[in-house]
Write a protein that binds this ligand. Structure first.
Ligand code: GEK
Length: 242
């Protein structure tokens, strides 16, 4: 695994974070060292997909990056007549994801699309996963995407939504933020790397609170949603279409 050194040296001009080739090259290392719980979450999403996948349906991995969720679903889904659709709007990510998918042995067909997920048609779906992707969309675009997902799910289908979250309670927010900081330090990131990355993500990754996410899921048509996973300020929600 190539080590993430993108922010190791001082940068004269910090530009907004982009999912470019340099990020693709270090992405597995970057996400494992930056997102607490990521390594646990991926196989658990495989179990959720196994439980909720319906025969003959589609499974979507929206903001697939290098295909971690796609591959875990590929291994877990018990119906061979399903289809997995992995979507990302970074060409560099999609190119590497296609290589990863081509090397993977599994029975279910996988389409990897280079597309903005706001333009993706969601049809006949039983599982839709947004694993740390919604946070990169403008806040005003989030409800329309969730409504489209709800409309494209079969009854009994599931949406898994994982996000970096903020907290209304200032003490809780500060505690979780400090714990995330120590997680990154413990994983070898220097204070310079942490602060430069934070600045680069400031206008790009907009976290919201868990109550905001649950309220939006309700507004999108999901009568019930629950938080099934949380590790510091990273959480995953599950919403089933009635
Ligand atoms: C994983 N799910 O490994 N349309 C399509 N893709 C987008 C959009 C958009 N509008 N905005 C951002 N992306 C993955 C991790 S990473 C999370 C997801 C992170 C893509 C973007 O190109 C990137 O690949 C991904 O969403 C977010 O489980 O890096 O923190």
């Amino acid at each position: 695994m190539t080590e993430d050194k993108i922010y190791a040296q001082p940068k004269a001009h910090l530009v907004d974070f982009e999912f470019n080739q340099a990020v693709v090259n270090v992405f597995p290392d970057m996400i494992r060292r930056s997102v607490p719980g990521y390594g646990t979450l991926i196989p658990l999403i495989g179990l959720i997909a196994e439980q909720y996948a319906q025969a003959g349906s589609r499974l979507y991995d929206l903001g697939c990056s290098l295909g971690a969720v796609t591959l875990t679903m590929h291994h877990r889904v018990p119906h061979h007549d399903c289809r997995i659709i992995a979507v990302d709007n970074s060409e560099a990510m999609v190119e590497r994801c296609r290589e990863n998918v081509a090397e993977d042995l599994g029975a279910i067909p996988i389409d990897v699309l280079c597309q903005d997920i706001r333009d993706t048609e969601i049809e006949d779906a039983s599982v839709v996963v947004l694993n740390f992707t919604l946070q990169f969309l403008a806040v005003d675009d989030r409800l329309a995407l969730l409504r489209k997902i709800h409309a494209g799910l079969r009854p009994g289908g599931v949406l898994v939504l994982s996000e970096k979250v903020a907290f209304d309670d200032t003490t809780e927010n500060a505690t979780q933020d400090a714990l995330h900081l120590s997680f990154k330090r413990a994983n070898g990131y220097s204070d310079l790397e942490i602060s430069q990355k934070r600045t680069a993500l400031e206008n790009v990754l907009i976290p919201e609170t868990l109550p905001q996410h649950h309220a939006r899921l309700r507004a999108a048509g999901f009568a019930h949603s629950q938080t099934w996973f949380q590790c510091f300020n990273f959480a995953s929600l599950l919403a089933v279409k009635a």
